[in-house]
Design a protein around this ligand. Sequence first.
Ligand SMILES: C[S@@+](CC[C@H](N)C(=O)[O-])C[C@H]1O[C@@H](n2cnc3c(N)ncnc32)[C@H](O)[C@@H]1O
Length: 872
Amino acid sequence: MPHQQQQQQQQQGMAEVPRHKKAFIAMRALGVDDKTTETVLKNLLKVYKNWEPIEEENYRVLADVIFEDGKNQVEEARKRKESQSSSDYERQPKKLNSTQQESRASHSGGYPLQSSGVTPRRSPESEEREIAASQPFPRGRLPRPVPSSPGLVTRDTQNGHNISQTHNRRNASPVSQRSHFRERGNNNEPKPTSSRLWSRDRTNEPKSPQTHTRCDVNELKPVSQRSHFREQGKDNVSSSQNSMRQDVAGASSSCPRANRPNSSSVSPQARQKLKGKEPIIHQNGKKVNREIFKEVSMGLSFKEPKVENGYAMVPSNYGYNALSEITFEPYINHNPEFEVPVAVVRSLNQYPAVNDGAADMSTAGHSNGLTLELANVPNNIFSNFEIASSPLGEVTISLSCKSSSGCPDIHMPNLQEVLKLAEDMAENTRHRSHKIIEPNFSLAKLMEELCQCFLQLATNRSPTDDIQAIVCAEGIHPGYLQLALSSSNGCRNGLVDHPKGQISSLFLEWNGARNEEKHQHCSESSNSSRSMLAQHHQLNRNGRSSSHNVEDICKGEEGVKIPVVNGHDSELPPFFHYMTGNTIYQNAYINISLARVGDEDSCSTCYGNCVSSPIPCACARETGGDFAYTADGTVKREFLDECIKIGHDQSSDRLYFCKDCPLERSNCGLTKCKGHLLRKFIKECWIKCGCSKQCGNRLVQRGITCNLQVFFTPQGKGWGLRTVNNLPRGAFVCEYVGEILTNTELYNRNDERTGTEKHTYPVLLDADWGSEGVLQDEEALCLDATYYGNVARFINHRCFDSNLVEIPVEIETPDRHYYHVAFFTSREVGAMEELAWDYGIDFHDINHPIKAFKCLCGSKFCRDMPCTGMRR
Ligand SMILES: C[S@@+](CC[C@H](N)C(=O)[O-])C[C@H]1O[C@@H](n2cnc3c(N)ncnc32)[C@H](O)[C@@H]1O
């Protein structure tokens, strides 16, 4: 029988079934028990007052609200059913058999909503029986709202439900991101026309309900549920429906809206008061995430390390040992008992691909294309392995191997062997001490031993060899503990406990390049403050260890060495991970694909150096048909003047005021958009262009070329950046590199920060917000260089007459909610002069809850003076 006909017949057959029963049947197909359905249904009916919106799209609203309660609820329902079925089976084998027969005979799966596979399908007859048996409905729990952002599941302290929770990057399940992108990908057919228009269209693009529903149903698996909800928030659902849905969820829960780490959870106090591309001031505020964090920080799990076939270590321009054909161990859990995978093994440096690289091997190269394209092959080869992680990834052990002579002789040992060895070691300890637990037992020590075992097996070296684990705390993040492993050459730093006793992440770094030179270097270290290794383990003022290479803070990842100079004492800058390009933290939506780069956004027919061509190519269209760069590699005078002027003049005609500002959304619209500075963009050629990598219109993407120094400023501003040589006006200095965060993530991150913790100033990527319509939370982005960044994180603020100007640069995507922030000199800069840019802070904003800092810029135009009234 044709499928359509079959469906029609079934629908007709269903006409007699009461509406609520139909809803039960539909939800059962998703594995939801009647009790749950009934509870949610009642609440929905209270809100909607009629059935139509509930029945739309095969009870999508109902399914959404139910599943927003977390998969666990469904699991509980499933378990209840299963235990009921099994006891039924024991008691009434005949009945079950007949049901099975009915099922086989009559049910053909005619509903558009497909089963998730969690609950076995029932025949309509058996469903009818169950409906009858379930009347009257017992009172059930009300569904709880969950964050709309993808994440893994943690326990809700109030009622024991699992709720979805966004957490750290290691938890940024490639799958959750992948499913997110996949959904985007629904609309993602290659459109070689204007991608910017496409980007606008995307938000409003209607979808066929049928297709949509099917997609949702298919997504109703542990991981994909999240994307289902995400999509719900994106489009296709009227705002009234959305708000009603929130009402239902909200009415059914005491969980305040602000407690949800989605776009609505942005702290109102954490409001950005600055205009244009100004830094965002950090706040202390809600503690919700921390509460949840505590809940999930229980225990470590390990997984067999696997290196998939087809992995090939290839050097990337970031100096990482990028896996060219990487296959992430996906966070798919086929066991319905567990929402969260136990652990993953993956390359540390394989951050979630900008595009859906993990999902699509064929595009992985493209998505990381910018990585492969932009820089030179490094001398040092790194390889990183994540050995183990806690269920939600708050604690991970990673092994980073570095070798100057290629990849060290290292293989992934069998995890069972590692664990066995660790257990044997623990057993030996127990026998020696005659105690069950050593009095000086510490988790860090255990980790150390575990890592020791790992290394021993990975390298086939005995413990007497000079490989030792060193645990040192690095206070760069609340609960961030760094576990560094280095050659035991006298440089062992010992154990430094994390100040808060809270472990967020363990990073085990092993420097496998054990050459004699380094041994010597280190043995001299006690006397030599210049020694790299001595500095490497030096404690800074906070009593925490830094692991910077003072000769080159970039650790060889830039084309130039950038040393750290401290004329005052032996302190080093706080630790951070150096990287040459931006990296997505978790939820930021940036879809980089060649298909999105239209013909008008590239110059495929060009050859060599576009800038020296007599006819400017398509890439110059953005800058008025003329390149922004001169053939000498500086920004053209007029263009630069204009950029400086825009920065100084923030009158309202230069500002874009969002109707629905992502920064203000959390304040329930109580405050209006404060305006975003519309800036001039530079558009660089990229890999879809025909020109060479050395093309003059690829300046920023080639990275730092001038000689810079990180130095300790004498004025009390902390560390700063200066140029070693004279720089001409319009010279590219560096890009502001950091983690790409949604603003919500940033605010949540700020909430996690301790009062004493130093941070850099995140940069809001709002230079083109006006052109993309209403931005979703995952499109309202900023860069945070606190933990991962480049030298730009050392650039201090100077009011008004700073010698750097920031210019937005479009490179790999025409969707300008994401772009690069490049610093160019706004005037000639003398050798050893400090480089500074105007953060755009309004020091007189008395409404701002936090005053950033006492400005010590020394400018005669300093705005941090009483009644200067100076604007930027
Ligand atoms: C992006 S970081 C710059 C690097 C920073 N000086 C350091 O030591 O890491 C921003 C921080 O530097 C300090 N800073 C930057 N400009 C300053 C200024 N003009 N006056 C005083 N402090 C400044 C503030 O503490 C600010 O929070």
